[in-house]
Design a protein around this ligand. Sequence first.
Ligand code: ATP
Ligand code: MG
Length: 259
Amino acid sequence: NAVIPPTHPRYRSLLEREKVVEGAKEGYVALQGLIAQGRGECFDYLIGEETQSFAMKAMEAAAAALLLAKHPVISVNGNVAALTPREVVQLAEAVPALIEVNLFYRTREREEKIAEILRRHGAVKVLGVGEDASCTIPELFSERRRVSCEGIYKADVVLVPLEDGDRTEALRRMGKTVIAIDLNPLSRTAQAASITIVDNVTRAMPKLVEAVKAMKALDRGQLAQILERYDNKKTLADALRHILKRLEQLANSLDPRNA
Ligand code: ATP
Ligand code: MG
């Protein structure tokens, strides 16, 4: 294990990278998951490695959608299990929602390992493992089309922290509300989701748990209003404008011609 000094300016990011690498070594994070993490790190650099207001707004809408849902499900892959297993379980309890393992590169071993990690963090029931994933999402051709009939198949609202574009689109076509957490506002996932939280999953998940707990006090009418007023296109535009402005400021502060 690499030893990272806590004084390192990117300490947190490096620790998270180590967690995903550890997951790959233990065999439950796919190699492609390492590339996904690297892509996320790049966009985190661009947004400033802090939760921004457009993410907070999306989180509020996400909490409202989860609390209003008849059948909410949290979809978990290897990266999510490596980075934020505790918060997955906390969120599932707070809503309450079901937890389902759903992998792009599905193997029985990987599913079992992820379910085990979630159980170690307090999950009582984990869907989507082995024969439980016997329903099919239409129009999808990866192993990811296999889902639990009691979970994602039946869900009206699905939280997919770190999802792939094709699957987000397929879930939307099935009429589901899809909440994504994705640092890249340009990804197909971000563009296709009903609600996109443009933030690091490690910062967003604990905040989402808090939002759900706080918003439980609201009545259904108030929650519905929050959801109705939310516009995901605006969120994505705000995220892109934030990056634009930030890069402009950084460029100006570096440029000797401005001195
Ligand atoms: P899409 O399939 O949606 O077009 P993609 O093919 O570029 O996107 P994938 O590899 O399918 O990307 O999924 C990885 C996505 O997850 C990337 O968009 C990346 O920015 C995002 N991501 C990776 N790590 C994190 C993280 N820790 N927090 C939030 N988002 C992350
Ligand atoms: Mg993809």
